[in-house]
Design a protein around this ligand. Structure first.
Ligand code: SMG
Ligand code: MG
Length: 376
């Protein structure tokens, strides 16, 4: 059995090297929660809750996750020992009666995976069944002041070695921007992400994108709108990719059955953890649909988890997993992830996530912390 002794939650606020702007807002700092799960033998597993300060990308925030974790999820995990062979599955069964709150669940589940790896001496990649040593990655570029500024920013990342670029779009900041990047980089693997900023009607303005040879158009419409994505996909040759809309294996199956998308972005946080992320990967693989690993500006903890996840075979497009220095001058792990010359990042090899936490950095970014212990 895996007996948890104490779970400590940290609420962090970390400065970004540059502001990041999407269709729903602009951030200069990233907030998240870090989960430290200590077992009865004193081993520690780390997890990251990817919810940000504001409910712009999703309804969850660092604040809602704090509430759900401290009042429900952590007490459920501490209440009795977890199944040692598959603590994530046991945890998911326990928390199934908590509706939603996937990012909160995923953060604690990640710490259980890390603990499992440390207890068994196996890497997360190995535990998940991944087979790659390095994974192909791309960079996600926020909305810039003008098309020229965007081309300049993209050029800088291409110069750093990123071989795939995603640009954020919103109504009025879409066709001119994407066309300018395509003209400057005629063969660059390029994709766009709208973060639900369009309706079926306003998305008609995106039609010129169909001639730009994009890899995909990500989440143009509302997150709860599979059917209109189906209608829009019928009007485009470019594959639509769903991000926000796919919150479970069931949504993934339904989206594929109704041709609401032809590619899926998998984020372990959005779908409730690595356990469900792998299920979506497997389902898409069976149907011959490619997936790729999304990003939530993770710290070294979540970045390590994303790399392990992206080492699974059906991750066939480059992930939004950039090098640490794309977001952070100082991170909370001792390990910093660097871009290899072939636009890949090496998957950590050590037990569990394969990273160690810099406690001084963790303390420097912590706004609040609380520890909950096993009932005696
Ligand atoms: O981790 O590089 C990253 C961020 C990638 O663009 C990214 N994520 O919708 O896919 C997405 C966004 C969500 C985060 S926006 C604050
Ligand atoms: Mg997205």
């Amino acid at each position: 059995m895996l007996t948890l002794h104490t779970v400590t939650l940290y609420h962090l606020r970390m400065p970004l090297v540059a502001p990041f702007e999407t269709s729903f807002g602009r951030i200069t700092h990233r907030e998240c929660l870090v989960v430290e799960a200590r077992d009865a033998d004193g081993l520690i597993g780390w997890g990251e809750v990817v919810a940000d300060r504001d409910p712009g990308y999703a309804y969850e925030t660092a604040g809602t996750a704090w509430h759900i974790l401290t009042d429900y999820l952590i007490p459920m995990a501490l209440a009795r020992p977890l199944e040692a062979a598959d603590p994530a599955a046991d945890f998911q069964a326990r928390v199934a009666k908590v509706r939603g709150h996937h990012m909160a669940k995923a953060g604690l589940e990640m710490a259980l995976w890390d603990l499992l790896g440390k207890r068994t001496g196996r890497s997360l990649r190995d535990l998940l069944g991944g087979h790659r040593d390095r994974v192909a990655v791309g960079v996600s570029v926020g909305i810039q002041p003008s098309p020229d500024a965007l081309v300049e920013t993209v050029a800088r990342y291409v110069g750093q070695g990123y071989a795939r670029v995603k640009i954020k779009i919103k109504p009025g900041r879409d066709v001119a921007e994407t066309t300018a990047v395509r003209r400057a980089f005629p063969t660059l693997p390029l994709q766009v992400d709208a973060n639900s900023a369009y309706t079926l009607q306003t998305a008609a303005d995106l039609k010129p994108l169909d001639a730009l040879g994009l890899l995909l158009i990500e989440q143009p419409l509302a997150e709860d709108d599979l059917w209109d994505h189906h209608k829009l996909q019928a009007q485009f040759h470019t594959p639509l990719c769903l991000d926000e809309s796919i919150t479970s294996p069931r949504h993934a199956r339904q989206a594929l059955e109704m041709d609401a998308c032809r590619v899926i972005n998998i984020k372990q946080g959005r779908v409730g953890g690595l356990h469900h992320a792998k299920a979506i990967h497997d389902l898409a693989q069976e149907r011959g649909v490619p997936v790729w690993c999304g990003g939530m500006l993770e710290t070294g903890i979540g970045r390590a988890a994303n790399l392990a996840l992206a080492s699974l075979p059906n991750f066939r497009l480059p992930g939004d997993i950039s090098a640490t220095d794309r977001y952070y001058a100082r991170d909370i792990t001792h390990q910093r992830f660097a871009l290899n010359a072939d636009s890949t990042i090496t998957v950590p090899e050590g037990p569990g996530l394969g990273v160690t936490v810099d406690r001084a950095a963790l303390a420097a970014f912590t706004l609040r912390a609380v520890g909950l212990s096993r009932p005696t």
